[in-house]
Structures are given as structure tokens and as C-alpha cells.
Design a protein around this ligand. Structure first.
Ligand SMILES: N[C@@H](CCC(=O)N[C@@H](CSS)C(=O)NCC(=O)O)C(=O)O
Ligand SMILES: [Fe+2]
Length: 263
């Protein structure tokens, strides 16, 4: 399947339009592809992780959750490695930092900004549950995981056994639900039906970590997550009593992120 064929497509359409696509999607299953490039980047101010994913053969790449202040760093790395950035993506409309997706579009002409439709934010491409984002021969399945915000998406790469959970699921934690249309019940259902149902050995990459950890697995979180292993009613009580101060940047970040950080 060429990258042109699968630039962005709904799963059902993929199955209808291309039988080859269907066979490939099913057959590559859990096989890790040596053409897959992965790099985790970090912002020490907001403790945000940005992920650069690429196809080493076609050189097409995507960037998940870039931070405005690191747009030049990210663009330089992409250039140095010879990648062609096609999508600068957000897992959700962030409240603690300004997204780099808008700035990256101007630094790397031809790239497009991407966010969930339910976020209400502006972008070139709005994803809904079940959409597939392709770069080279690799695919990310956009999966709606609302709760932290309405528009939260988890990006699942089945072929690599990995998922980018944004703020829906953090390592031994989860995103707060006390602003931006947050709903503890909705987050709990998202995690239990969309993330904990993935194979145990899938590696999960969050949008933040505040304790120096980098990744987790489905099995670990199902066993050890101190919030999400509890029954729903206890989870709701825990979330009500987090007493976290509002993110310092929230009043600036949310309006900016409604327009890809180009405020
Ligand atoms: N202190 C930080 C903000 C910390 C924070 O609220 N983090 C969010 C994710 S960013 S929207 C969160 O959901 N945290 C959950 C938790 O349990 O920590 C700042 O001022 O920026
Ligand atoms: Fe967030």
C-alpha cells in the first residue's frame, strides 16, 4: 500500500476501498517493523513528551504533541534525520503548554496540523474515532478516549504494539477531570474499554510524566494504577479529591491551542 493511498482514512473506508489494505492491516498484526523510527523527546518546563515517529524507507514522519518552545529543536531533528514531516498531531487541546503544531507548519512547509474533531480546536485535519493516520507503511489508529477533555484521542500503532495515550492514561495515574469538559466517569470508561482491552504487552506512552518515568505497559497499569484499578465509584471520589492547582499556563494555553498555538 502506498502512503498516498492511506494518507488519512476511516478504518471502514480502508477496508472497503482497499482489500490489500485490509489484509495488510490484519496480517502485520504484532510484527515489529525494522523500518519504524521512534524517538521520545521531553520538555522539562511542562514535563511533556513529544514523539517523533517515522518510516525509515519513505522518510515520512509524524510528530505527536509538540511543544511551541521546542518547535525549532524538533524541526532541526526532523531535517537532520532526513524525514519529511507530514502531520504535526495533538492528542488533545492541552491546558498546560502551547502546542507547537502551528509553528511547525510554518517551519516545515507542507506539513499539516491534526487534532480530534471533538476538541473544537482549529487544525488542518480533524480526526474522529476509527480514523487511520498513515506515514509511509505505518499506521496510527485514532481512538476516542474522552474524559480528561472531550476531544482526547489515543493513537494506537498495532503493528508495533504501542499506544500514545495523551493525558487519558498517565504512568500510575491519569489526566485530571476538573476542567475542559472533564468527566471522571467518561475517563474511566475510556481507559477500561479502549486501553485496558489492548494486549497486555502493549507499551503505553503518555503525554506527561512528573516522576521521571518514560513508558508503561497495559499489564502494569491494569495491575498497579492506583486510580484506575479501583471500582468506578471509588475512582470518582479519588478524582474529586486530587486538589491539584490549576496549570500555571491554562489561561494562555487553552485559547492559544484553539488555534494550533498560533495566537
Ligand atoms: N503543575 C502543572 C500542571 C500539572 C497538571 O495539572 N497536569 C495535568 C496534565 S496537563 S493538562 C494532569 O492531568 N495531571 C494529573 C495528575 O494527577 O497530575 C502546571 O502548572 O503546568
Ligand atoms: Fe491535558
Amino acid at each position: 500500500m502506498t502512503s498516498k493511498l492511506c494518507t488519512l482514512r476511516n478504518v471502514e473506508k480502508l477496508f472497503l476501498v482497499s482489500n490489500v489494505g485490509k489484509v495488510r492491516w490484519m496480517s502485520i498484526g504484532m510484527q515489529k517493523d525494522s523500518n519504524f523510527f521512534f524517538r521520545q523527546l521531553f520538555d522539562t518546563v511542562s514535563s511533556t513528551y513529544t514523539y517523533l515517529l517515522g518510516d525509515l524507507k519513505t522518510k515520512e514522519a509524524v510528530l505527536i504533541d509538540p511543544v511551541l518552545e521546542h518547535a525549532e529543536r524538533d524541526a532541526a531533528l526532523i531535517k537532520e534525520l532526513g524525514f519529511k514531516l507530514i502531520y504535526a498531531m495533538n492528542t488533545h487541546m492541552h491546558a498546560d503548554h502551547i502546542t507547537g503544531t502551528g509553528k511547525l507548519k510554518s517551519l516545515i512547509p507542507g506539513s499539516k496540523s491534526v487534532i480530534g474533531k471533538a476538541s473544537g480546536a482549529k487544525a488542518d485535519i480533524h480526526l474522529v474515532d476509527g480514523d487511520i493516520v498513515c506515514f509511509g507503511c505505518h499506521q496510527l489508529l485514532a481512538t476516542a478516549t474522552p474524559g480528561h477533555t472531550n476531544g482526547c484521542l489515543t493513537y494506537i500503532c498495532h503493528e508495533q504494539g504501542i499506544a500514545f495515550t495523551g493525558d487519558t492514561l498517565l504512568i500510575r495515574g491519569c489526566g485530571r477531570t476538573d476542567f475542559q469538559e472533564g468527566s471522571s466517569e467518561s475517563l474511566y470508561n475510556s481507559v477500561h474499554t479502549k486501553i485496558f482491552t489492548l494486549p497486555d504487552n502493549y507499551t503505553l506512552y503518555p503525554a506527561h510524566d512528573y516522576k521521571g518515568q518514560t513508558a508503561t505497559t497495559v499489564l502494569e497499569e491494569k495491575k498497579y494504577n492506583p486510580r484506575l484499578t479501583k471500582p468506578l465509584n471509588e475512582f470518582i471520589e479519588i478524582m474529586k479529591n486530587l486538589n491539584l492547582p490549576y496549570p500555571k499556563m491554562i489561561d494562555k494555553a487553552v485559547p492559544a491551542n484553539r488555534v494550533c498555538g498560533l495566537y
